[in-house]
Design a protein around this ligand. Structure first.
Ligand code: ZN
Length: 211
């Protein structure tokens, strides 16, 4: 086996599985390439045929990108803006996200809705979208994705409450197994006042459901 493109290349992407850790490791592109080549050969394909020859290197670079949220601490994205007196629901609807199911390494994708009630500190709206993106770019479960977003807000803005609703289609359900195209899985996490006050929770859900 000759050395292929990407031989010895490592991307300086951080790694580490837990939210909140900024443990620096590197993505081992070569290792991913070897693995992808094994998969190609394992399914009985010819890894050296023209269409597949560059695929392992291409997939390795892609994985470095779609898993770049590993080891990044999304709390660092939030810079609380204080002094605002707003104490009603702030809702950011329809934040698109693309993540990878850690059970099948197939995408799940959809929209996240993030609501919170400030207690003296708010966040720039684009920062919330960046938080969703960062926690999406890891091997994930929809339930954990949802709670990680909520915890980031609780830990940084210290709001009166947070509610996160995530709606997603899982390709591992639509391409294989039960094959339910278009099936949407909804998860929600409530913290603080959204947990203790039903009226607040209902109000937020109404805002999310209204188009
Ligand atoms: Zn899956």
């Amino acid at each position: 086996m000759g050395a292929s493109a990407g031989d010895g290349l490592t991307a300086a992407a951080p790694g580490g599985a837990q939210a909140g850790s900024n443990r620096e490791t590197t993505v081992d592109l070569k290792k991913i390439e070897n693995g992808v080549r094994q998969i190609i050969e394992g399914i009985g394909e010819d890894a050296e045929r023209e269409g597949l020859r560059e695929t392992p290197a291409r997939v390795a670079r892609m994985y470095a990108e779609i898993f770049e949220g590993l080891g990044r601490d999304p709390r660092e994205l939030i810079k609380p803006l204080t002094g605002d007196k707003h104490d009603e629901i702030v809702l950011i609807k329809d934040i698109p996200f693309y993540s990878m199911c850690e059970h099948h390494l197939l995408p799940f994708l959809g929209r996240a809705h993030v609501a919170y009630i400030p207690d003296g500190a708010i966040s720039g709206l684009s920062k919330l979208a960046r938080v969703v993106e960062t926690v999406s770019r890891r091997p994930q479960l929809q339930e954990r994705l949802t709670s990680e977003i909520a915890e980031v807000l609780m830990n940084t803005l210290k709001p009166k409450g947070v509610m996160v609703v995530v709606e997603a289609e899982h390709l591992c359900m639509t391409m294989r197994g039960v094959r339910k195209p278009g099936a949407v899985t909804t998860t929600s996490v409530v913290r603080g006042i959204f947990r203790t006050r039903q009226a607040t929770r209902v109000e937020a859900m109404g805002l999310i459901r209204s188009s």
